[in-house]
Ligand binder design. Structure first.
Ligand code: G3I
Length: 425
């Protein structure tokens, strides 16, 4: 009993110390190119949970509304608009210098009854869709950096079939094209995303979604980015992580921006310390993959504390999917994210884009990396995450043969601020 008391005392001191030592949040450790975000839920609007807003503002530099920008909230009745919560979100983000991502203009869920039961014709539905998009995007023009235009439009069937939603059934498969075109006309500065789950790794669904989006682009439809929701189950093994990397690379090489848009990693009950440590490893591996590919613009969690998460209500027998526990204490997942970020060398600000050739140098095998590096003519050096120069073409002999797998910065001399992460796998 005596030992337990000492252990509890130590844990108490540890948690007080660690929570106090987190004066600097995750957002302060993120490289410039990548934001760390969280879905902001009903607890924010209730306003009686001060820790919720405190932790959110300290740790994240991007927010997205979990539900408050869905049709049922914004247009509860035809032509009757309620922007109160959305305005509150925009104001909160503005006060805290946070990037705003919008979710969601077209989805088969989160729809008000009047729309679902209206029996509208195709042209009426297109008119309602255009009015909704115009009204929302013109109201918030300049506030949002990006928006989920369409969410989950394709079935989980391998043949890439369209989900038989009210949008598909009433308008037809071209409702996606219309939504993106309406959004682009309403706010040409906005980055427009397609968002979905189970397309994060190489599989029949990600194959077909990539094909459909490429076809849309070939028709001139402005699809700028893809949201990989990232609702994962504990224990992301190496094969799965490699598939995540390869899938991310193929969407990136096709020119899409990427957001890990709704990340949570659910734990099968009972939650144990060992499972929490595994969850930490999973989160850190996912962040490493995001850091290694310049196409990834956001690493956003679907919530941030286990106190408010959709998981237990939706997936029976699973819980504790986020990075803070119910008392806002950092979990091993939080500490693992910090550990990854603290290994990143922060290059001087004012990074500028390097030549497109350099951007390709991501996610390479050691042989590919050596070949690519040996083709670089300008003076360059390769530094590790501690900022130590590993190889350079200004030194002879150039020990390029010794290059080991890892995450590096490729820096062209004279363009110190610009760099590309080189993940040698
Ligand atoms: O606010 C009402 C409350 O007044 C009422 O008493 C209660 C019971 O009916 O419902 C409450 O609204 C619920 C809302 O969440 C707020 O908690 C809705 O019924 C419920 O359907 C809604 O679920 C949300 C779900 O999307 C559907 O919109 C989840 O919170 C939200 O996490 C989930 O998020 C989705 C993304 O938008 C898209 N990707 C998948 C992700 C998980 O499903």
């Amino acid at each position: 009993m005596h030992t337990n008391k000492i252990w509890l005392l130590f844990l108490g001191i540890f948690f007080i110390a660690t929570s106090m030592s987190y004066a600097q949040g995750l957002k302060d450790l993120m490289p410039e190119r990548l934001t760390i975000g969280a879905a902001l839920g009903a607890a924010y609007y209730a306003g009686n949970d001060t820790l919720y807003r405190q932790v959110l503002a300290r740790e994240f530099n991007e927010v997205v509304a979990e539900n408050e920008l869905k049709w049922y909230q914004l247009q509860p009745l035809p032509g009757v608009w309620d922007f109160s919560k959305a305005d509150s979100l925009v104001a909160f983000a503005g006060r805290n210098g946070m990037r705003l991502h919008g979710h969601v203009l077209v989805w088969h869920q989160g729809l008000p009854n009047w729309l679902q039961q209206g029996n509208f014709t195709r042209s009426q539905m297109l008119g309602l869709l255009k009015t909704h998009i115009d009204t929302v995007l013109k109201r918030y023009r300049g506030s949002f950096a990006s928006f989920d235009v369409v969410n989950e439009a394709f079935d989980d069937q391998p043949n890439g079939s369209y989900r038989r939603s009210i949008w598909f059934n009433t308008i037809g498969r071209d409702y996606l094209d219309s939504a993106f075109v309406y959004a682009h006309r309403a706010d040409p500065s906005l980055k427009l995303y397609y968002n979905d789950y189970n397309i994060e790794w190489i599989n029949a669904k990600s194959d077909s979604v990539r094909l459909r989006l490429n076809q849309m682009r070939q028709r001139g439809v402005p699809v700028h980015g893809v949201g990989f929701q990232g609702h994962f189950i504990l224990n992301l093994n190496n094969g799965f992580l490699n598939s995540l990397r390869q899938n991310l690379n193929r969407f990136a090489q096709a020119g899409y921006e990427i957001r890990y848009s709704e990340v949570d990693i659910r734990i099968p009950a009972p939650t144990t310390q060992a499972k929490l440590l595994t969850q930490g490893r999973d989160y850190s591996n996912l962040l490493r993959i995001s850091l290694a590919n310049n196409a990834v613009k956001s690493f956003t969690l679907w919530g941030f504390t286990d106190r408010y998460s959709w998981i237990p209500g939706f997936f029976s027998g699973f819980d504790d999917a986020l990075i803070f526990d119910r008392n806002y204490q950092p979990k091993p997942a939080y500490d693992s994210l910090r550990a990854v970020l603290q290994t990143i060398t922060h290059l001087p600000t004012g990074q500028h884009e390097l030549s497109s050739a350099t951007k390709k140098a991501i996610g390479l095998t050691p042989l590919q990396a050596k070949t690519w590096l040996s083709q670089q003519t300008k003076p360059w050096r390769l530094v590790n995450l501690q900022g130590k120069t590993i190889v350079s073409n200004q030194k002879t002999p150039n020990p390029i043969e010794t290059l080991k797998p890892g995450l590096y910065w490729f820096i062209e001399e004279g363009r110190e601020g610009g760099a590309v992460r080189l993940l040698v796998e």
